[in-house]
Design a protein around this ligand. Structure first.
Ligand SMILES: O=P(O)(O)OC[C@H]1O[C@H](OP(=O)(O)OP(=O)(O)O)[C@H](O)[C@@H]1O
Length: 280
């Protein structure tokens, strides 16, 4: 399972909780809470979108509330955030499930659009731009060879613009066409790019990577000139082929797919990024 419980220890430090998840023979998810536990629940982190982890989160919230404590969740990969329209309306179904846990704070990272977080109670949205900068150029004014940020499609323009502003670089826009019903991609185009220097493509999710392979082919740039930052590395299907097009691929561990062999060149700790936003 991809759920982690953090607790406040008697020493005052936060550390991994002694609470564990378990499954009954019938399949139900629950928690094992050691006797005489002298820790206080701090926050739970669910990475990925496994419904069993969400049920475990609900169990933990019920446990924390039962003891009179706050229940705070880091939910960096907001499940079904991409299902932000149509029927079934996935973002709404997941939001209603999450809201039923009555969490006191839900911290999400770079959600696909504003639709899904708008339906989550007590939500805190953390954007990717400062972390894109830190993971790529470091300090503004330092030496680097990036000459621009690329938004791979219309939906990425807002986050890519925020990253470009943080990096003090120009933004270049690309376009892609996807059939929402089938998920199939067809056709890419991109603004004229500089003749030299590296370009950083910034987006929220890399699933099978078709968007980024298509974009790389449309630009005609060599892999040495292309880097990719995606907040959520699902890295399904042919994602390893991205390394043929991007010399550098950076993501967070917000989804278990991020650890897939042969895709990311750098994986940031999402707990390190989001823990400072936990309200006590
Ligand atoms: O790795 P891939 O399989 O190519 O998927 C990744 C792309 O899919 C998502 O956008 P999506 O096309 O769902 O955006 P939309 O809301 O505009 O349909 C995401 O924002 C990426 O751009």
């Amino acid at each position: 399972m991809s759920i982690h419980f953090q607790a406040q220890m008697p020493s005052g430090w936060k550390a991994t909780s002694a609470i564990r998840t378990m499954r009954f023979p019938g399949g139900e998810v629950s928690l094992v809470v050691p006797d005489a536990l002298d820790e206080v629940p701090a926050y739970a982190t669910v990475t990925g979108a496994d419904p069993a982890d969400l049920v475990a989160l609900g169990m933990w919230a019920d446990y924390a509330h039962g003891l009179g404590h706050r229940a705070v969740a880091l939910l960096p990969y907001l499940p079904a955030a991409r299902a932000d329209r149509g029927v079934p309306f996935g973002a709404k179904v997941y939001a209603e499930l999450i809201n039923s846990f009555r969490l006191d704070q839900v911290i999400v990272f770079d959600p696909h659009s504003q639709v899904a977080p708008a339906m989550i109670d007590n939500v805190k949205v953390v954007g990717s731009a400062p972390y894109v900068r830190r993971a790529t150029i470091g300090r503004v004014g330092g030496t680097h060879d990036f000459v621009g940020v690329v938004a791979p499609d219309a939906g990425a323009v807002r986050r890519a613009q925020a990253a470009a502003t943080a990096l003090h670089l120009p933004l270049y826009r690309a376009e892609k066409h996807r059939d929402f019903a089938t998920g199939r991609l067809s056709g890419f185009s991109c603004e004229q790019l500089p003749a030299e220097g590296r370009l950083l493509v910034v987006d929220d999710i890399c699933d099978g990577g078709g968007t980024f392979r298509g974009l790389a082919e449309a630009t005609g740039l060599t892999r040495e000139r292309l880097a990719l930052f995606v907040s959520h590395g699902v890295f399904s299907g042919d994602a390893p082929a991205l390394r043929e097009h991007f010399a550098e691929i950076i993501t967070t561990d917000s989804h278990p797919g991020a650890s897939r062999e042969g895709v990311a060149t750098k994986v940031l700790s999402i707990r390190n990024i989001l823990a400072p936003f936990v309200e006590r």
